[in-house]
Design a protein around this ligand. Structure first.
Ligand code: BJ8
Length: 427
């Protein structure tokens, strides 16, 4: 959202971006950010860091990636939580999570894939076709994964436009699946080593495990403060922290989030909140909300509720569990990484009881008055799993509302009416 007229245009142009389309995207994201974020009252001061990061989202951070690559470094882009950042960093690469949270160039996308494809997939293909994402263009390699069928097939098309490597992810969590997954992680390690020209060693992997764990620990501290009533931070701001975690510089981000957590812990001790005490508290579960998808959080919070947690890949699934730090050698560390990552509860897996348990546990821990189960349209895995989520919540005595939507703003009025009625019902 930096001023598109100055500074960075040469860099964007060298990256091959379509400057006109890129200006349009940046302008739209800037306006949305202003309307969604900067209108909030009583925000924690620590959010200033994330405001700054967002202001420079295609500016300073891209310059850092650019300088890193010009000095011989390699950038690896990812789309899914299952791709272990620790391995990429241990091989000397930088990892950036690619966003795919906005509608762009759908007309072009629908010429090459069905209309009834989920927004997230259409978004990343659209960003590539329209040449508007500098993170994609800075990625020397993009890692795909065999999660849902839509992504799996989309990577075949995407692979014709970019250097893509696909990891095979099992769909069950038996011992033999873990063994297969571990071998995929070893293959990824060799792939990234070939790219960077650096071997993963015991010390580098140990350091990267610690570094990424520290980032997750900072996010865990922020998440824990959201159990307080009044909540010390809005759901929107907490969501933004997780979204930025995917692409910001790791040590700098961790330091800033620990400073934010210090402030939030003080707010809790002082009884300071962003929403009045007693405001309806909502846990959101479902498909990930990639930048700049803030739609549902905004609807809930503008209707007088407060989002106190996200059971999703841009939420607890990202930071709740850590890789063990006591692995004695490379093999043991790779075992630990394989175990931690296979433990993520995506609806692509069957059965997926762990997610249902997490939703109920989080609703209790965060004292949520209700759960909203959010699915992107045409995402079969999450839409079908919705039945189990509803049942688990009802059995636990937690009211639940299921919502199917996409990235467009056309249904905001209708969703607001449903959310307002739900908030009224849960209080
Ligand atoms: S670990 S949730 S990031 S796969 S919404 S593209 S599933 S049709 S995003 Fe995901 Fe990894 Fe799972 Fe998380 Fe397909 Fe559904 Fe679209 Fe989805």
């Amino acid at each position: 959202m930096s001023d598109t007229k100055v500074d960075y245009r040469k860099m964007w142009s060298e990256l091959g971006l379509n400057l006109e389309a890129h200006d349009a995207l940046l302008g739209a994201v800037g306006s949305l950010y202003g309307a969604t974020y900067l209108t909030q009252e009583n925000r924690p001061e620590g959010m200033g860091y994330l405001d700054f990061v967002m202001t420079e989202v295609h500016g300073l951070r891209i310059k850092e990636l650019d300088d890193f690559r010009k000095a011989g470094g390699k950038v690896v882009g990812t789309f899914c939580l299952y791709v272990p950042e620790e391995i990429i960093r241990a091989a000397g690469g930088w990892c950036v999570g690619l966003c795919a949270g906005a509608e762009f160039a759908y007309d072009e996308v629908e010429r090459i894939m069905p209309r009834n494809t989920c927004s997230l997939i259409k978004s990343f293909v659209g960003f590539k076709l329209a040449k508007v994402c500098p993170y994609m263009e800075e990625s020397d390699l993009i890692i795909g994964e065999t999660t849902c069928d839509g992504k799996k097939k989309a990577y075949e098309i995407f692979g014709e436009m970019h250097n893509v490597y696909v990891m095979e992810l099992p769909q069950m969590k038996r011992d033999k699946d873990l063994a297969m997954w571990r071998s995929e992680i070893v293959d990824l390690m060799h792939k990234v080593e070939d790219l960077t020209g650096k071997k993963v060693g015991v010390e580098s992997l140990r350091a990267s495990i610690k570094e990424v764990n520290d980032k997750r620990r900072a996010l865990q501290r922020i998440a824990a403060t959201r159990a307080a009533d009044p909540a010390p931070i809005s759901g929107k701001d907490a969501l933004l922290a997780t979204q930025v975690a995917f692409y910001d510089d790791v040590p700098r981000f961790t330091q800033s989030m620990n400073a934010l957590a210090d402030e939030l812990e003080k707010r809790v001790a002082d009884g300071v909140g962003v929403a009045p005490k007693g405001a309806p508290r909502i846990l959101i579960t479902g498909t990930p909300m990639a930048l700049p998808n803030w739609k549902l959080h905004d609807i809930v919070e503008k209707a007088g509720g407060v989002v106190v947690g996200e059971e999703m890949c841009t939420g607890s699934r990202y930071y709740e569990s850590l890789v063990k730090e006591d692995g004695s050698d490379l093999d043991a560390m790779i075992d630990d990484i394989a175990e931690k990552y296979l433990d993520i509860n995506c609806a692509c897996f069957t059965p997926n009881q762990g997610r249902l348990d997490d939703v109920v546990r989080m609703a209790k821990d965060l004292k949520a008055d209700g759960v909203i189960d959010y699915s992107l349209q045409y995402c079969n895995a999450y839409q079908i799993e919705s039945e189990h989520v509803e049942r688990a919540c009802r059995d636990a005595g937690v009211p639940v509302l299921s919502i199917d939507t996409d990235y467009s703003m056309e249904d905001v009025g209708q969703l607001s009416t449903r959310v307002e009625a739900f908030l009224e019902m849960v209080k």
